[in-house]
Design a protein around this ligand. Structure first.
Ligand code: FAD
Length: 259
């Protein structure tokens, strides 16, 4: 989906494909594509009818060896070092009609229908990371000593831990509810958006506070909390930013408020 000039606003996609006999000729560029370096297949969102508005996008499957498909450098991120993130280039790539996913013109609608699942994935990772980093921080606080006692015995630190334990438990109930709704085919885009922004922002707060409780050791890459700190930062950005999630929720509220 994402291009150098557009990420949040999918309607700004400029990569385009024009029909040529039974095929499509694809031109354009994508960026920030997860696993883009190692992927054998990429599904490209492209504009296929400039006059059809939101019905003018299609999803085209591009295969590794198709002439005109190249990859740029592996992007150098501040976190998630094990995951490759790539730039992709398409120059007159001939894509057969069989490689169009679903019907031409339904690309945006297909993306919209699957984004709740992607967002739930980010949400699940957010709650799991929050709990894992919290658990090891709790143990650290009752092991590390200062002023003659475990730092967890200072009231301030116990309150920090108590607040985080509460927030994680409360958020986890929402995540569990969302997973059950997803499994029943009932997770709405708005409910997925609520979980995505709230739990990823919670993860950011929890990991930051846990790093603080580790003191200088938290800043060392050999400690999981230090690595989690940089890996966490992307969670409120990819899969749709916190601001865009609030837009989705806000638009829904506005439409209900005006009914
Ligand atoms: C590591 C990584 C992996 C990624 N993987 C993928 C992938 O596999 N596939 C893919 O397609 N994309 C991927 N992305 C892209 C990611 O989804 C986008 O970066 C994200 O959607 C934001 O788009 P943008 O970077 O263009 O920011 P912009 O859209 O330019 O936004 C910039 C800022 O403006 C804010 N903003 C924009 N519009 C509004 C508004 N209406 N109201 C208020 N604030 C607004 C945003 O919230 C943000 O804070 C990845 C990104 C990264 C960094």
């Amino acid at each position: 989906m994402t291009e150098p000039g557009t990420g949040s606003d999918l309607r700004g996609i400029r990569t385009s494909a024009r029909p040529d006999g039974e095929d499509w000729i694809l031109n354009g560029q994508k960026t920030f594509i997860s696993s883009g370096m190692m992927a054998d297949l990429v599904i490209v969102a492209a504009r296929t009818d400039p006059d059809a508005g939101s019905r003018g996008f299609s999803l085209l499957v591009v295969e590794r060896d198709m002439p005109g498909f190249t990859r740029g450098r592996k992007l150098d991120k501040i976190g998630l070092p094990a995951q490759d993130t790539a730039e992709l280039y398409f120059e007159d790539v001939r894509v057969p009609a069989d490689n169009v996913v679903g019907l031409p013109g339904t690309g945006l609608q297909q993306l919209m229908s699957h984004l709740p699942r992607e967002r739930l994935g980010v949400t699940a990772m957010a709650i799991a990371t929050s709990r894992a980093i919290f658990d090891l921080t709790r143990d650290y606080c009752f092991d590390r000593r200062a002023f003659g006692k475990p730092i967890g015995d200072f009231q301030h630190i116990r309150f920090e831990l108590a607040e985080m334990a509460t927030e994680i438990d409360v958020a986890e109930a929402y995540v569990d509810r969302s997973v059950r709704a997803y499994n029943a085919g009932e997770l709405t885009p708005v409910d997925a958006a609520k979980g995505k922004w709230f739990v990823s922002e919670l993860q950011k707060r929890v990991v930051d506070r846990c790093l603080q409780l580790h003191g200088g050791y938290g800043y060392m890459k050999e400690y999981p909390v230090g690595r989690a700190y940089v890996d966490t930062r992307i969670q409120t950005i990819y899969g749709g930013t916190t601001e865009i999630m609030k837009e989705l929720i806000g638009r829904d509220l506005a439409s209900k408020g005006r009914d």
